[in-house]
Write a protein that binds this ligand. Structure first.
Ligand code: UD1
Ligand code: CA
Length: 432
């Protein structure tokens, strides 16, 4: 029987170094927030408890993480004014008062950790009070350094700002992931003192206290240093995004998705793409899109949340699709916007077609039948429908509420003055 597991994710910090008002842990990384990414790595370990420590903009952070972590049973604890990572873990342990077993601590600003590494870190602890993940990054600047004695045994962690010049030259750093024994952690947290350059209660000092009392602290050097990339600034976020993006693209490539230019392709996490679909350059695909096999997307296409392309559908240059389903073999090859639309199999959406789904207040649906042919430059003012095999002429405006019956051809409606616009009211074309 493995020991019970609790996960603590620290997400209370303000993230001053990012200079933006969004809480740092909610900054987006390929369609998911930083903290949600870290929590997603821990979820497969099936922890009995998962506690998120928050404070700054806690309502926003809690709502976002609850929405992202469906199926994860998240608990939230307000740290109060953040006084350091040790103080944050103490707040979580107050909620985990009766918990015995492994306590895995993650920082909400380190989103690239993998489940496999967390598993190894946990397994490494055995009977030690704590195991620690370390790394040898190209630049250790700003990170806590791992101090070792003459025999290479772990002695402690020194924050960058507290380092002597000699300590600052150490190239092994604290990655910010730990597996603690809950029983050992509690007294170590209670004994923390904020005597350091930042005047904070450092979690790292708790680890050091075990070593001071003679415990051997097992450390794991991360295989791939990119897993421990933290985000303290927007520049760090850009680096992290690139790493996450590469991971996502490699997964699709391994599944037989033909991505012709990974460097210019953005695909969020949680996108499903069938084998032998071609993704052409400069394409952006948002979280949650589902794309069948033998489809073609791009170049310069934008698929947003809620888009479903069935097998063989094609989306071409400068086409944006939002919350729409295209049936098998349907095509929209040039300069179009499809929003809240249902497009039947083998329908052809001509260049410049727009579903006018937004009346200024509501988003309205458009239905386009199987083998329908929408002429170039058509505007379909939603809600409206075009039946199976029906056709619109070039430049046709299908008015709001219209239902073009199957097999008919509809054309026309040039623009003319109608009425003055009233701001804040739906732009309903009554009498048009
Ligand atoms: C921390 C580590 C450092 C390590 C680095 C790895 C400490 C003292 N230092 O430094 O050794 O090399 O991470 O990335 O632990 N947080 C709270 N409450 C607080 C303070 C922080 O919830 O009171 C959260 C933050 O929101 C953040 C995480 O903890 O998500 C880490 O805090 P941060 O201030 O970024 O620590 P670093 O200086 O990066
Ligand atoms: Ca950090």
């Amino acid at each position: 029987m493995p020991r019970p597991l609790a996960v603590i994710c620290l997400a209370a910090g303000l993230g001053k170094r990012t200079k933006v008002s969004t809480p740092k842990v909610l900054l987006p990384l390929c369609g998911r927030s930083l903290a949600a990414s870290a929590l997603a790595a821990a979820a497969p370990l099936q922890p009995q408890r998962t506690v998120v420590v928050l404070h700054h903009q806690k309502d926003a952070v809690e709502a976002a993480l609850r929405a992202a972590g469906q199926g994860q049973n998240l608990e939230f604890v307000d740290q109060g004014a953040p006084k350091g990572t040790g103080h944050a873990v103490a707040a979580a342990m107050a909620t985990l008062a009766d918990f015995q077993g492994d306590v895995l601590v993650l920082y909400g600003d380190c989103p690239l950790i993998t489940t496999a590494t967390l598993e190894r870190l946990r397994a490494l602890r055995q009977d030690a009070p704590c195991s620690v993940l370390t790394a040898f990054p190209d630049s250790p600047a700003g990170l806590g350094r791992i101090l070792r004695d003459g025999q290479g045994r772990f002695v402690g962690i020194r924050e960058d700002r507290d380092c002597s010049p000699a300590e600052r030259a150490i190239d092994e750093i604290n990655a910010g992931f730990y597996c603690f024994d809950a029983a050992a952690l509690r007294p170590a947290l209670a004994a923390l003192q904020p005597n350091n350059a930042q005047g904070e209660y450092y979690l790292t000092d708790a680890v050091e206290s075990f070593a001071k009392r003679g415990a051997e602290i097992p450390t794991l050097v991360v295989d791939d240093v990119r897993e421990i990339q933290g985000v303290n600034s927007l520049a760090d976020l850009a680096v992290a995004r690139e790493i996450m993006q590469e991971r996502i693209l490699l997964e699709h490539l391994a599944n037989g998705v033909l991505i012709s230019d990974p460097a210019s392709t953005w695909i969020d996490h949680g996108v499903v793409i069938g084998a032998e679909t071609r993704i052409l350059p400069c394409t952006v695909i948002g979280a949650g899109c589902r794309i069948g096999s033998h489809c073609e997307v791009g170049p310069f296409a934008h698929l947003r949340a809620g888009t479903v392309l069935e097998d063989g559908a094609e989306i071409g240059n400068f086409v944006e699709v939002k919350k729409s389903r295209l049936g098998k073999g349907a095509k929209a090859k040039h300069l179009a916007y499809l929003g809240d639309a249902e497009v039947g199999a083998k329908a052809n959406i001509g260049a410049g077609t727009i579903t006018a789904n937004y009346d200024g207040v509501h988003k309205n649906p458009t239905q386009i039948g199987e083998r329908a042919f929408i002429g170039s430059g058509s505007v379909l003012v939603a809600p409206c429908s075009v039946g199976d095999r029906a056709m619109t002429g070039a430049g046709a405006i299908v008015k709001r509420g219209s239902q073009v019956p199957a097999d008919e051809v509809w054309v026309g409606l040039p623009a003319r003055y109608l009425k003055r616009r009233e701001l804040g009211k739906p732009g309903k074309l009554e009498g048009a």
